[in-house]
Design a protein around this ligand. Structure first.
Ligand SMILES: Nc1ncnc2c1ncn2[C@@H]1O[C@H](COP(=O)(O)OP(=O)(O)OP(=O)(O)O)[C@@H](O)[C@H]1O
Length: 225
């Protein structure tokens, strides 16, 4: 098990309103997640699942509301917040000329998290060892997704933000991801996953549909074009 660093804490987002491209996405959205907990973001295309992940990661500033870690606004210390997060976006962002292993190592090094033993365990879990020395450009879409996931699993970050993590994965890989999530939660880690499929996040997971948070023009006012 990879030791989590920094320690897990309580993540809260309160009364969040977001507009993108001058159009409202949602308003009045709140959530709270503590150590060992998981949250599924569900709902239709365009409902705002990726937007929630980007707000939690401080990649997108809401028009209203705040994201806090143990009660302190994450915007007060963005670099401390980035160290809490392993973020899996839609794009796998692998460099084609680097091997699978080099890609994962590079991504972890950039985050100051390279840990060979943890990466070995993640590669074992996701059945990547036999692909380790292949250039990423030779990998299939699902294999590339597994490499991107291995980087998250090996990170030791307490909060995993996963955007459609199962896209391209076969059934065995979905099961491996579910085991990784279970292990992460058992160690006190936290997971927020946007997914359209029945990914098992484990017992007691909550579900949030950002599209269900309606908005009114008075929340957004003149921020909208
Ligand atoms: N870069 C952007 N610029 C402007 N608007 C955007 C941008 N990205 C997303 N949006 C808009 O924000 C809204 C929410 O998009 P988001 O990607 O969060 O939805 P989602 O629930 O993750 O969708 P999906 O299920 O298709 O992945 C959509 O109406 C979309 O058009």
């Amino acid at each position: 098990m990879t030791e989590l660093s920094p320690a897990p804490g309580r993540l809260t987002a309160t009364d969040i309103a977001v507009a993108r491209g001058g159009r409202p996405v949602f308003a009045g959205l709140s959530l709270s997640l503590g150590p060992g907990e998981a949250l599924r973001l569900a709902g239709p295309n365009g409902g705002g699942k990726s937007t929630v992940l980007r707000v939690i990661a401080d990649l997108l500033t809401p028009l209203k509301g705040a994201v806090r870690w143990n009660g302190t606004a994450t915007s007060e210390d963005p670099s401390a917040h980035s160290r809490r997060i392993a973020y899996l976006g839609h794009a796998d962002a692998l460099k084609s000329a680097l091997t699978a292993r080099e890609n994962a190592e590079t991504m972890l090094s950039v985050a100051g998290r390279n840990n060979g033993a943890a990466l070995d365990r993640a590669f074992d879990l996701l059945d990547l060892q036999r692909l380790s020395d292949l250039p990423a450009g030779w990998l299939s879409a699902g294999q590339r997704r597994r490499v991107a996931l291995a980087r998250v699993v090996a990170s030791g970050a307490p909060l995993w933000l996963l955007d459609e993590p199962t896209v391209g994965l076969d059934a065995a890989s979905v099961s491996a991801l579910e085991r990784a999530i279970a292990g992460h939660r058992a160690a006190g880690g936290m997971v927020i996953a946007a997914t359209h499929i029945a990914l098992d996040l484990g017992p007691g997971d909550a579900t949030l549909d950002p599209g269900a948070f309606s908005w009114t023009t008075d929340v957004f006012g003149e921020a909208l074009v």
